[in-house]
Design a binder for this molecule. Structure first.
Ligand SMILES: *Cc1c(COP(=O)(O)O)cnc(C)c1O
Length: 359
């Protein structure tokens, strides 16, 4: 199978090799040292400030989203949240569940964030802002500069879900003055799923110290305390943390985050150019694309049927959409261990489907 989804994605041989090894005991100086190296490289790749801290939580990305909310926010906050797809909706559900007052900025699927979406919320006493930098479900890459400027003007604490954009689009945490950034192991980090990585700026650490967390397992006070010595409060997904270490060092030795981002950008462009060149019956449905994924509306066939056909007859996973986008949108990912030749095969399969009048 070739995997063109947005996660889990294909891993490099070195990362996969770790998966075959015995899982080592982890309350050791060697493991601690590796964790501190992971912290150093994650901070470097996100351009986090020196005094920021990283925690590695054993849960998927959504666990990181929930941890951010239950450790940094209280019912005294007044939150703004962008909702332009299923991950924005998840923030809305979490704020509701944890009784954090909020206002939702609803965006039509596929639409970019514009200054006019924020204008009416200036000087209205909002204390915090939550957003996806890239809403993966619709493939919309939001202009985080707009939000960051809004937050600086309005003194808002900024929580950014960069789960599908870290290491495939540029991100400067210090310049954005973000309090929390969240990512996951199975997107552009291209490891197995199971770890949420969170960078916590001093503004977040201050909030975490004050808030009484309602969940012991996701208590960031405990995670921070243990991470001072490169450890975790509970048994973590040791194997995935080792994969992350190999992967971060791979990226570092290839030239760092910029090089990895450029690699994804090149793959995305290669695929998008081929789509046009071959005049395939798919429309790009996002006003603002990330390098992570190309969201497509197939004009002549159900998106989900194309997904099934590609999986069952061509040995390829394209990325289906759920809910009311199931039949109208599928996505092609550009993250993970993929090459141009993989896209040649994908395009050839689409051309074959057209010749057979399936699309
Ligand atoms: C994948 C993703 C998540 C959720 O991650 P899980 O690992 O599936 O919990 C959250 N936000 C965004 C933007 C994502 O792409």
């Amino acid at each position: 199978m070739i995997n063109f989804t947005v996660g889990p994605v294909q891993s490099s041989d070195a990362v996969r090799a770790i998966g075959a090894e015995q899982v080592p005991y982890f309350r050791t100086a060697e493991f601690s040292e590796m964790m501190l190296e992971n912290e150093r490289l994650v901070k470097k790749f996100a351009n986090a400030t020196k005094d920021s801290k990283v925690v590695f939580m054993t849960c998927s990305g959504s666990g990181g989203m929930e941890a951010a909310i239950i450790n940094c926010l209280t019912p005294q906050d007044k939150a703004l949240v962008i909702n332009g797809g299923s991950f924005g909706e998840r923030f809305v559900e979490l704020l509701t569940l944890h009784k954090i007052p909020f206002t939702e900025i609803k965006l039509k699927y596929g639409r970019a964030l514009k200054p006019e979406h924020l204008a009416e919320y200036e000087s209205k006493g909002y204390t915090t802002f939550l957003m996806q930098k890239h809403e993966t479900s619709t493939g919309v890459h939001y202009d985080i500069n707009l939000v960051s400027d809004f937050c600086k003007r309005n003194n808002c604490f900024l929580i950014v879900d960069t789960i599908s954009t870290f290491l495939c689009d540029s991100f400067d945490m210090a310049a954005m003055d973000a309090g929390v950034m969240i990512t996951g192991s199975q997107k552009a980090l291209a490891c197995a799923p199971g770890i949420a990585v969170m960078i916590l700026a001093p503004s977040a650490i201050k909030r975490i110290e004050k808030v009484q967390c309602c969940c012991q397992y996701l208590d960031l006070k405990l995670a921070l305390k243990n991470m001072e010595r490169g450890q975790t409060p509970w048994t973590p997904a040791v194997g995935i943390l080792r994969q992350i270490n190999v992967r971060l060092k791979e990226i570092e030795s290839a030239g760092g985050a910029e090089v990895e981002i450029a690699r994804c950008a090149e793959l995305a462009k290669y695929f998008r150019d081929k789509l046009v060149e071959n005049n395939l019956p798919f429309e790009i449905v996002s006003e603002s694309l990330s390098n992570a994924v190309t969201p497509l509306h197939p004009i002549t066939q159900s998106a989900f049927k194309i997904f099934l056909k590609m999986k069952d007859e061509y040995g390829m996973w394209i990325c289906p959409n759920g809910g009311n986008m199931k039949d109208t949108i599928f996505r092609i990912g550009h993250i993970g261990h993929l090459q141009k030749e993989d896209y040649d095969k994908l395009i050839a399969a689409f051309i074959d489907l057209r010749e057979k009048r399936f699309i």
